[in-house]
Design a protein around this ligand. Structure first.
Ligand SMILES: Cc1cc2nc3c(=O)[nH]c(=O)nc-3n(C[C@H](O)[C@H](O)[C@H](O)COP(=O)(O)OP(=O)(O)OC[C@H]3O[C@@H](n4cnc5c(N)ncnc54)[C@H](O)[C@@H]3O)c2cc1C
Length: 391
């Protein structure tokens, strides 16, 4: 790719240098001479959860920025249920850095609630049903493990059914779960930044970003740094597009039922079911790394309907109201992608929030802000530096 003042060639190769790392490494060959021209302005590209949360950190610190994102392009946050769950996955493991992330997430969303007089953060009781005998053994082990104290209640024996749910193998109560109305979070922040003249609802044109002095220009403005937050669209980014993102499409069903008494809390029973105060509930989510078209599919609808039939003890009516779909910015090592470009000054990335943006964004936006402005170190498992150990 040729840009007027800086020529980049990005090649993805195995790291053959002394560290012998199996991870791919980015080699960038640049031809540029950049003169010094100080500026403090930041440009943030992508106004989803990552972009809005880092913009909020700058706003809180009184630092100027411009946020560009398109409401017309696909966005994971529009489909997200916003669940924060301490114990996830097939192996029922405690989520990475959960205690830190959950505490900071509660503080972050509560502060937005106060500032904008909204209600976006909802702590919720949660129950995880075991699917088979092996699952039940694991649940018993976890509930006795001190590391899980505080997030897991006692194991409840099988009882045929528990309320409307099948309970053939027992279940566990989970403490510390919540859900966040992420589309509303992003919506209020975009509106707020727009009212300050800082948010532009537009598609970002990579060709329009030019190196200039010690920074970059875009749309006639000079920026000291550019922070890319495009979610799964990162793959189109000329500078960071080769980072190991493994996007995964997800679909959910927003439903209503005249026969099914929606539970008081979140239920995990193969898939999850999240009840809303108006009596509707959401079932999710599918996971597909092959079909990355941002359109809902008949296959996903069938899969989720079948999952609902499997979790209930008796047949229930189901009316589908909506089928939200999005592409999660997941990563190969299931860890976020944060940091500075290894070769090109002034370019940064804040991505890879995967399926856990609700819990990750508050802490990681704070850590990214400290990294950008106070020489703070990123958590080593989030820093993209881990991908080029020889650099
Ligand atoms: C079905 C589904 C269910 C989910 N459920 C949960 C859940 O329960 N809990 C949870 O924590 N997380 C959940 N997630 C994950 C969550 O949505 C993501 O972690 C989060 O949205 C990632 O934020 P992001 O800002 O990186 O990406 P996104 O939310 O996708 O935002 C990126 C933004 O950048 C914009 N953009 C990209 N390129 C450009 C460009 N060139 N110009 C302008 N704008 C651009 C996009 O349009 C988008 O608005 C779910 C995701 C899906 C798909």
């Amino acid at each position: 790719m040729d840009l007027p003042k800086i020529r980049l060639r990005i090649a993805r190769i195995g790291c053959t240098a002394s560290c012998g790392s199996p991870l791919p490494r980015f080699c960038l060959f640049k031809e540029s001479i950049i003169s010094k021209q100080p500026s403090t302005q930041s440009l943030i590209v992508g106004a989803g959860l990552a972009g809005c949360s880092i913009a909020w950190r700058l706003q809180e610190a009184g630092q100027p920025f411009r946020l560009i994102g398109s409401s017309q392009l696909p966005s994971a946050v529009e489909a997200a249920a916003g669940i924060i769950n301490p114990v996830t996955g097939r192996w029922m493991t405690k989520s990475w850095r959960f205690d830190t992330l959950a505490t900071e997430a509660a503080r972050f969303y509560r502060s937005l609630e106060k500032r904008f007089s909204v209600n976006v953060f909802h702590p919720i009781a949660a129950t995880r049903f075991c699917l088979n005998a092996e699952d039940a053994k694991r649940a018993g082990r976890r509930s006795r493990n001190p590391r899980y104290a505080g997030v897991l209640g006692d194991f409840a024996e099988p009882s045929g059914h528990l309320g409307p749910f099948r309970n053939a193998h027992g279940c566990l109560h989970i403490h510390g779960a919540a859900y966040v109305d992420l589309p509303q979070v992003v919506d209020i922040l975009r509106h707020y930044f727009s009212s300050l003249g800082r948010f532009e609802d537009a598609v970002f044109d990579y060709e329009g970003l030019k190196p200039h002095g010690s920074g970059w220009t875009y749309g006639g403005e000079h920026f000291d740094r550019v922070i890319f937050c495009e979610g799964a669209a990162l793959r189109a980014n000329p500078w960071f597009g080769d980072l190991p993102l493994t996007p995964a499409k997800g679909e959910t069903l927003l439903c209503r039922s005249e026969t099914f008494p929606a539970p008081d809390g979140l239920v995990h029973h193969g898939k999850w079911l999240l009840p809303y105060p108006d009596g509707s509930f959401r079932i999710g989510a599918t996971y597909d790394e092959q079909d990355l078209r941002p359109e809902p599919t008949g296959e996903a609808r069938v899969e989720l309907r079948e999952a609902f039939a499997q979790m209930t003890a008796s047949p229930q009516a189901l009316e589908v109201l909506q089928q939200p779909v999005g592409i999660r910015p997941s990563t190969r090592d299931a860890k976020p992608l944060l940091g500075r470009h290894p070769e090109v000054p002034g370019l940064f990335v804040f991505n890879g929030l995967g399926a856990k943006g609700a819990s990750l964004a508050p802490t990681l936006s704070r850590e990214m802000h400290a990294f950008l402005f106070h020489a703070g170190a990123l958590h080593p498992e989030t820093d993209i530096q881990r991908l080029f150990p020889c650099a």
